[in-house]
Design a protein around this ligand. Structure first.
Ligand SMILES: [Zn+2]
Length: 137
């Protein structure tokens, strides 16, 4: 379990990530540790930001980091415009988000879960799922 350096290479970050499985749990742990190591500057991370283009994201629910493998947003509602920053980019950029989303994902035990998120956590998840698609704000 080791915190990794943050990638800023936009060409690499523009590639779509591939599905994560049991073999990628080490990447998931590293991502969680990298999020903890950057707790003063990051609210969420995607695995390609540490150089592994697997569909894994990590973010905070309160003080606890939550890791999702293969997150899929299956429902979204309440469109709004906001501005976001990104640890891999400089400055803030305008983007469109949804207030309420439903996400299906696998946890670190590879159990599939479906959960609804709202407001700020929902915004962070949408940002990190975009990273998995190779989309930068
Ligand atoms: Zn980002």
């Amino acid at each position: 379990m080791t915190a990794q350096n943050i990638i800023h290479d936009q060409l690499f970050l523009s590639q779509k990530s591939t599905s994560a499985n049991r073999a990628d749990l080490k990447v998931a742990e590293d991502l969680r540790d990298t999020l903890l190591a950057n707790r003063d500057k990051a609210v969420g991370l995607a695995a390609n930001m540490i150089g592994k283009n697997k569909r894994i994201i990590a973010f905070y629910v309160g003080l606890l980091p939550l890791v999702m493998l293969n997150p899929q947003i299956t429902k979204k509602s309440g469109e709004y415009l906001t501005e976001e920053g990104c640890l891999s980019l400089s400055g803030e950029r305008k983007t469109k988000r949804y207030r309420t989303i439903t996400v299906t994902y696998q946890d670190m035990n590879l159990n599939t879960k479906t959960q609804e998120f709202t407001d700020f956590i929902a915004e962070v998840i949408q940002h990190e799922v975009d990273h998995c698609e190779g989309i930068l704000i």
